[in-house]
Design a protein around this ligand. Structure first.
Ligand SMILES: Cc1cc2nc3c(=O)[nH]c(=O)nc-3n(C[C@H](O)[C@H](O)[C@H](O)COP(=O)(O)O)c2cc1C
Length: 325
C-alpha cells in the first residue's frame, strides 16, 4: 500500500510538508499540494510561488494540484510546473466550497459531464506528463458516479483518487463505501481511496473490507494507495504507524518529539510571516486537530484559541503539553 498526504489548503503548505517529512515522513510516498487556481494576469502569486519552488520541496515527492475548468489555463500552469520538474500533476474535482462550485470548478465541474469530458479529452491530447484526478462522486447523488467513471475510464490516468462523498455532503456523514466498491469493479485506472481514515482502526477496517471483497469477487481493481488528510493533522505520525510494524515505536505519542515538531512549525512560520497575527492564525488552525492528542484538553485548547499574542500562545501550548495523553 502507498500512503499519500492529502492536500489541505491553508495548512499543508511547504512549511508543514517539510516539517512532516523531517519528523514523521517515513512511509509517506506522495505529498499532494493544496490547489493552485489560475489568475488572470500571472501564473502564480507570491504564496503559490513559494509553495511550488523546487528548493521548498527538495527531498519529497510533491504533486501540485490545479483547480480549473479551463483548458488553456490548465495548460499554461501545467507547462510552468513541468518546467520546475514536477512529474505528476493532479486535477481537483472535489473542492465543495460554494465560491468554487458556483464557477463550475472543483466538485462543481462534476455537474457538467460533457464539458468535463471535453476538458479531459483536450488535456490528454495536449500533454504527455502524468495526470491524476482527485474526485468526489457527484454533486447531489452518489449514483452520479456511474457516469463519471465512464468518463474517467477513457483516459490513462496516473491514478484516480476518490473521496466518496458528493459535493453537497461537504465533510458530513459517512463516505459511500459502496460507490468505492463500484469503482473497484469498473475502474480501468489505478485507485486511491481518500476519506475519514483517522486512526489505525479505520485503516484496518478498510483493509479488511477490501480483502473480503477480493475473496468474494474476482478481478476487482486493487486499492494501491490511500490518501490521508485530517487524520495526519490529528496524529502527525499516523502514516508512519500504518506504513508498517517496523515503525511501531511511534504507536504511543512521543511528547518531546511532538513538541519539537510544533516548535519547528512555529519557528518556520515566524521566519516567513510578518506579524504575530498571521503566525497565530496558522498555529491555531493546527490545534483544532492536534488538541485531541491530549486528555482533558478543553481548557488549554480554549487558551490557545483565545491567545492574542505569541507570548500568550506559547504559555497555553506549554500548559497543553503538561497534560497527559
Ligand atoms: C481545511 C481543508 C482544506 C482542503 N484543501 C483541499 C485542496 O486544496 N485540494 C483538495 O483536493 N482537497 C482539499 N481538501 C480535501 C482533502 O484533501 C480530503 O479530500 C478530505 O479532507 C477527506 O480526507 P480526510 O478525511 O483524510 O481528511 C481540504 C480539506 C480540508 C478539511
Amino acid at each position: 500500500m502507498k500512503f499519500y498526504l492529502a492536500p489541505l489548503e491553508g495548512i499543508t503548505g511547504y512549511i508543514y510538508r517539510n516539517a512532516l517529512h523531517d519528523f514523521y515522513g517515513t512511509g509517506i510516498d506522495k505529498y499532494f499540494m493544496p490547489f493552485l487556481a489560475p489568475h488572470t494576469k500571472r501564473s502564480f502569486n507570491a504564496k503559490e510561488k513559494n509553495d511550488i519552488l523546487p528548493e521548498h520541496n527538495k527531498d519529497l515527492y510533491a504533486v501540485p494540484q490545479i483547480l480549473t475548468n479551463n483548458v488553456s489555463d490548465f495548460l499554461r500552469i501545467e507547462k510552468d510546473l513541468r518546467a520546475l520538474g514536477y512529474e505528476e500533476i493532479n486535477i481537483n474535482l472535489g473542492c465543495p466550497s460554494g465560491t468554487v462550485v458556483s464557477k463550475g470548478r472543483g466538485a462543481g465541474f462534476l455537474a457538467k459531464k460533457d464539458e468535463l469530458d471535453a476538458f479531459l479529452e483536450e488535456i490528454f491530447e495536449k500533454t504527455e506528463g502524468k495526470i491524476s484526478l482527485k474526485t468526489r462522486i457527484g454533486v447531489e447523488e452518489p449514483e452520479e458516479f456511474y457516469e463519471l467513471l465512464e468518463i474517467y475510464n477513457q483516459y490513462p490516468l496516473e491514478e484516480l483518487i476518490i473521496h466518496p462523498r458528493v459535493q453537497k455532503e461537504l465533510y458530513q456523514g459517512k463516505p459511500h463505501r459502496e460507490i468505492f466498491h463500484y469503482a473497484r469493479k469498473y475502474s480501468k485506472n489505478p485507485l486511491c481511496y481518500n476519506g475519514d481514515i483517522c486512526s489505525k482502526e479505520d485503516y484496518v477496517n478498510h483493509i479488511k473490507e477490501w480483502k473480503s471483497e477480493d475473496d468474494k469477487e474476482e478481478s476487482l481493481m486493487d486499492v494501491s494507495a490511500v490518501m490521508l488528510g485530517r487524520g495526519v493533522l490529528k496524529t502527525p505520525w499516523l502514516i508512519k504507524e500504518l506504513a508498517g510494524d517496523a515503525f511501531s515505536e511511534e504507536k504511543v505519542m512521543d511528547k518531546q518529539k511532538l513538541l519539537a515538531f510544533h516548535d519547528r512549525l512555529l519557528s518556520d512560520y515566524k521566519s516567513v510571516m510578518s506579524g504575530d497575527k498571521n503566525v497565530l492564525f496558522k498555529m491555531k488552525e493546527l490545534w483544532m486537530y492536534l488538541q485531541f492528542q491530549f486528555e482533558d484538553q478543553e481548557k488549554a485548547a480554549k487558551k490557545i484559541k483565545k491567545a492574542n499574542s505569541l507570548i500568550e500562545y506559547e504559555a497555553a501550548v506549554r500548559e497543553m503539553f503538561s497534560l497527559q495523553r
